[in-house]
Ligand binder design. Sequence first.
Ligand code: MGD
Ligand code: MGD
Ligand code: SF4
Ligand code: MO
Length: 890
Amino acid sequence: MKPVASTEPTSTTCAYCGVGCGINMQPQAEGFSASGIKTHPANIGRVCVKGSALGETLGLQGRLLHPEIDRQPVSWALALNTVADRLSAIIAEHGPQAVAFYGSGQLLTEDYYVANKLMKGFIGAGNMDTNSRLCMASAVVGYKRAFGADAVPCRYQDLEQADCVLLTGSNTAWAHPVVYQRLAQAKKDRPEMKIIVIDPRQTATCDIADMHLALRPGSDAALFCGALNAMAVGGGLDNDFLQHHTQGAEETLRAASEWTLARTAEFCGLAEEQLQAFYRLIGTSERLVTLYSMGINQSSSGVDKCSAIINLHLATGQIGREGCGPFSITGQPNAMGGREVGGLANQLACHMGFTQEDISRVGRFWGSENISKSAGLNAVDLFRAVEDGRIKAVWIMGTNPVVSLPDADRVRGGLARCPLVIVSEIMCDTDTTRAAHICLPALGWGEKDGTVTNSERCISRQRAFLPAPGEAKPDWWILSQVAQRLGFAEAFSYQHPAEIFREHAALSGFENNGSRAFDISGLAALSDVEWDDLQPIQWPVNVANPQGTVRMFHDKRFYHPDGKARLIAVTPRLPLSAPSEAYPLVMNTGRVRDQWHTMTRTGKSARLMQHLSEPFCQFHPEDAPQIRSGDLMRVSSSHGWLLLRAQPDTLQPRGSVFVPMHWNSNFSQQARVDALIEANVDPLSGQPESKHMPVSIRYWRTAWQAELFVRGENIEPPITSYWSRITQPGIAHFTLADTSRPADWLAWVSGQYAIDGYLCHTADLGDDGYSLLAWAGGELQLAFYARRRPPSVDRQAVVAAFSSPPGIASQRLALLGGRAGGDKAPTGAIICSCFSVGEIPIADAVRQGCHSVQHLGNKLNCGTNCGSCIPELKKIIAAQLNTLRAGEAK
Ligand SMILES: Nc1nc2c(c(=O)[nH]1)N[C@H]1C(S)=C(S)[C@@H](COP(=O)(O)OP(=O)(O)OC[C@H]3O[C@@H](n4cnc5c(=O)[nH]c(N)nc54)[C@H](O)[C@@H]3O)O[C@H]1N2
Ligand SMILES: Nc1nc2c(c(=O)[nH]1)N[C@H]1C(S)=C(S)[C@@H](COP(=O)(O)OP(=O)(O)OC[C@H]3O[C@@H](n4cnc5c(=O)[nH]c(N)nc54)[C@H](O)[C@@H]3O)O[C@H]1N2
Ligand code: SF4
Ligand SMILES: [Mo]
């Protein structure tokens, strides 16, 4: 492996999404800069804002650096012995079914393989599941039902080669930005290419769409059945393909025939004309790709939705060719790797299941007679079993279930009752480590070495370029050490991740003979050096396909025993929970552009937090006219409530609100959205319906709102009913609010922070508010601005004053008013995170004549790097032009 402290760039794979971009990390005088690798097939040199900010999230603040038992640091020896002893005792007393592992698509393949092998092969229970249950489980079952294998038939290039791309349940612009950039470029190069976005919300992705179908939430299966029926009626089927290469067409077409234009339009809440136009576009496209993501998978009928999509592709022969295919895009950097090793509880290993044959085969390969004979519990059931005591020990690695699982408070309650909770983490204080008895410090991205597989089945290396911090260790090492102490030394004697990779590759080819899609036996003989140098390669990689270049299903042979694909007749169903009088709106949840999941990593970057800095709820203004922008609002479901910033938005469909999934309880008082969500799951995949929860919303009356800046790290928020933390370098920054006003502001602030003895400048605005600047040694220590409404504070100016205090009285006075002294203009919310360009200068530039994204880019640089902000730039241009025109019309 590369010597640490080299001045050469390290080529690695991005830590974030399933696009799996190749990234060069170049050492700088201070830290590292990230840039896209031109030869990587996933991104061809591109990078998005999260990728380009990777260097900013490498700091060690908040890291878990030592093993801990009951939150006290202990030696590795003691931690590992304790884990092994306590697991052994529980297994001895209650049997192997009493223990469970819960892993993550953010583990590397090598880590994942060892975890799965230990649980399913040696402890002998099936209870190893993963957060991919919340993410890809429905897509996996959809593929397996259709093809007999969990094999994604597409490449990113197909998106560029298609005549028509359907993006359904995917906010590609924000969640898979480099794929979006590639699509946007392809559309520019070939304007005749059609892009259709299917999403109840009008998202940033709609910016490049020729058509947006804002369908009724949860109605996608009907839309695709309707499309299939329209193809059948209009003569658009590939009958030859259906006859020779598929089964199930007859029943499927019969079931679809009920989805007439009128019925589909009614069910989906779309106009017949729009549906007709949609069918026409599909029908006239030689090459169709359907890219689908969480709006499809996270559903109580997610598998059927996947099948409805795949049916359309099989019936029209849009598969196994260039520019075609049903393409489920993965979320996490190694979601696909987890599927390969068998990380889901219903898989055994390497695309094998729990058939007698597979159990025997894997047992012989691993040299174990104790292979689990049956599938284990999937994530939701697993945490229910933790709650009701069937599971007495759970080991959580690389995921934060107290934030991300539905019914999250119940998950937290279950963990609190569990006799043994082990958490392998990179961060010290997460909602999940708070529930742990034993915390094990893992190496993070940039420190660890291994492989990941992206959405297009491309295996790439993640390479270390940083020294191991503290006592942190690779996840595979931690697992192997525990396995050895459990008595499985021989099977877990790994010294190097390449050994694990070779074993995994060998198992994939073991007695395979073309029967299993996942076969990377061509990589089983890599030397350590070859593994280290491994260039991105798409599986399968075997004798028949040594370079990984052969297209999946090009020969129209599938993995069912008869070699034929299956069409599956489906009955479209709406989500399980319907709105009611008490909870009349539906809450949709998902991602924002610049944050990753539960924010344990992206939350460290001040730059990434400038885009959307508080947890929010978007709703159509007519659904709650009494709630205005700048208010706080309470969002309640039958399970709990949240306090969020109100974002009325006419682009939000009536009847539906949107709340981001990201904010954890380190970042906001009451914003863990999964605490509100019922754990309704798909009966076939066990995947929860995370995008559809009936809620009510109401105005939350505040007596005051404030912004607070306090010098220092690890500063606790003050005691208030609402707070939210905004990352700033060296400063704790909070937005605050409460329902009653303290009698004495100074006493209130000094009751929370030690500012006694500091020089205080204050401005008492009576009922309207209060400002306070506290100084010590000539340096600003604390700044506080309370107002009746959200105070208008130039955040950059206040943050800057902490490092360069204003020299003259007029500037201090300006600072007390929350403004920069002198002529420095405020920037407002940051729109372009790459160049930190704010909303105010952008709007000013539009008013001064920059009426296109290109113009704005020339003037301010915004949108010229990763391009993720282009949809928002367009929105600002449109809004400003509207205002200008309205002004002219008067
Ligand atoms: N910035 C950022 N990028 C990420 C991540 C992140 O945390 N942050 N996470 C990664 C991960 S793990 C994943 S899984 C992916 C997820 O990527 P996406 O699935 O693209 O992201 P989401 O925002 O969860 O949801 C996508 C869209 O589904 C829509 N939707 C909701 N209900 C329905 C419906 O009934 N039908 C249809 N057609 N659409 C619906 C939502 O309105 C939303 O716009 O993103 C990956 N990339
Ligand atoms: N309401 C709602 N809920 C959702 C979703 C949604 O759209 N809506 N999306 C779901 C989806 S698709 C997903 S994928 C999940 C994601 O949810 P989680 O997996 O819970 O989210 P992360 O924040 O990525 O958690 C990863 C954890 O692993 C830690 N970590 C990072 N690197 C390493 C490492 O190398 N080793 C170890 N041991 N730990 C590490 C991080 O600090 C972090 O705490 O959320 C799901 N939950
Ligand atoms: S698109 Fe995804 S993989 Fe690529 S740089 Fe952005 S976050 Fe990383
Ligand atoms: Mo995901």
